[in-house]
Design a protein around this ligand. Structure first.
Ligand SMILES: [Zn+2]
Length: 442
């Protein structure tokens, strides 16, 4: 499998490289991550100072961790952040002192049902310190006192995010947004980070209709910060996707935009149908990832979310079991292919008007019927031409036609190119101008 999927292996290797880095909302882990991603995406790195108001929020202080451990009083190290970044509650305030077992236990988090897993916990907006441990580690703590050390800094600094705009023929944009704030967790969301990075590299290979904006932001506060500073750019975003949990072998899940009938909702449904992979289309709900901010009433951007396992619904979610063994090259490759297919549909979508709308034009006379040479699927292509002619009244897009006819988008696109070359269609709108139409399948 891996030999046939070199990109899957590359995605997996990128995840392996990013896995050991201690990321959080802010701090050097995010910077190091963006530096590595810059090999794939020519990122512009932004630093927004702590204390900056962003809508109803404030950019937090910057958090960095040097070391953290729990020692027994006779010097045995019983917990060490060098073994797992998840051992420290993210945004823990610094602490170094001897504590009673009772006090220590009040600062420990574990998973009784999963005794060998470490939970992932954060305390971004409430000052405290804590450790996450396995249930086995917790059970081994029997001494009356322990020495604890969290050598962290929580101080004025900045929030860092990465951004890249790939300019297409149109100024209208497609947004790809991923969160970069989780430490050593592979599916959520190193998979989304890796897939988007290689997607960005792939999009650069050919000129595109749309412009594409890639955002690498800490969850929630990062997208809020970006939106608060980029109201003008946000108005150009026609469609968008958040990418999360794309490395596990579960069926795909596409979460629709808030309105639920956007062009990207239709494009995702079609691309998933054509992929042949098992999938589920689900309606919008107001939790999850940064699609919440993009879809908020002040912006109402048509941003959906593509994932495989749904966050919060797989046992490994936000635990140390979301590790390098939980994701694999083959599902990563499939995810990249599906993302790419969704964007190809959006980019290739057009609205035409039949230039000979009074009854069917005579295709045979133009060499378009039973006469197209060199096409491997002449009968299908003829059928697609008939669908395009029948539905192209200036309101139906090629995406509408593919959805309704059950034909593949690429075939419908090719049929339209033939008809267009023979003067039988008038272009009404490019993909970047095409809107949701009343002519969806029904
Ligand atoms: Zn998460």
């Amino acid at each position: 499998m891996s030999a046939a999927r070199p990109t899957g292996d590359e995605l997996y290797e990128l995840i392996r490289e990013l896995y050991p880095i201690c990321r959080s909302l802010t701090g050097d882990g995010v910077r190091e991550t963006l530096r590595i991603l810059s090999r794939y995406v020519p990122l512009e790195i932004h630093e927004v100072p702590s204390g900056t108001p962003v809508f109803d929020w404030t950019v937090p202080r910057e958090w960095n961790l040097r070391a953290a451990w729990i020692d027994s009083c006779d010097g045995r190290r019983v917990v060490d952040a060098r073994d797992s970044n998840l051992h420290v509650v993210s945004y823990s305030t610094p602490v170094r002192r001897r504590v009673s077992l009772e006090e220590l236990r009040a600062h420990l988090h574990s998973l009784p049902d999963r005794p060998s897993w470490i939970p992932y916990r954060t305390s971004y907006y409430h000052e405290s310190w804590g450790f996450c441990v396995t249930e086995q580690q917790l059970a081994s703590l029997t001494d009356p006192e322990y020495d604890v050390c969290i050598d962290s800094t929580l101080a004025p600094g900045s929030l860092c995010y990465g951004e890249w705009l790939l300019r297409g023929r149109s100024a209208r944009e497609i947004l790809i947004s991923v969160h970069v704030c989780h430490p050593s967790l592979c599916n959520d969301n190193l998979s989304g980070i890796a897939v988007s990075a290689l997607l960005a590299r792939k999009l650069r290979e050919h000129e595109r209709e749309y412009s594409y904006r890639f955002l690498y932001v800490p969850g929630t506060i990062g997208s809020i910060t970006w939106l608060s500073r980029n109201a003008e750019s946000a108005r150009r975003i026609a469609h968008g996707l958040t990418l999360v949990c794309l490395g596990d072998p579960s069926p795909f899940t596409y979460k629709r935009t808030l309105r639920g009938s956007a062009e990207i909702d239709q494009a995702a449904a079609l691309a998933l149908r054509e992929s042949g992979f098992a999938h589920e289309l689900i309606d919008y709900f107001p939790f999850g990832y940064d699609e919440r901010q993009y879809n908020s009433p002040g912006f109402r951007l048509a941003v959906g979310s593509l994932m495989r396992a749904r966050h919060g619904r797989f046992p490994e979610y936000h635990t140390s079991a979301d590790d390098l063994g939980f994701v694999a090259p083959a599902p990563l490759q499939e995810s990249l292919d599906v993302c790419s297919a969704i964007l190809d549909v959006l980019d290739g979508n057009r609205v035409y008007r039949n230039a000979r709308p009074f009854c069917e034009p005579q295709l045979g006379r133009r060499g378009l019927y039973r006469a197209i040479g060199g096409e491997p699927d002449v009968a299908d292509l003829e059928l697609a031409m008939l669908w395009v002619l029948a539905l192209s009244d200036g309101t139906c897009s090629l995406l509408d036609i593919a959805t309704r006819s059950g034909l593949r988008f690429g075939l419908v696109q090719r049929a339209a190119e033939h008809l267009n070359a023979h003067g039988l269609l008038e272009a009404r709108a490019s993909g970047a101008e095409a809107r949701e139409t009343a002519c969806a399948s029904s």
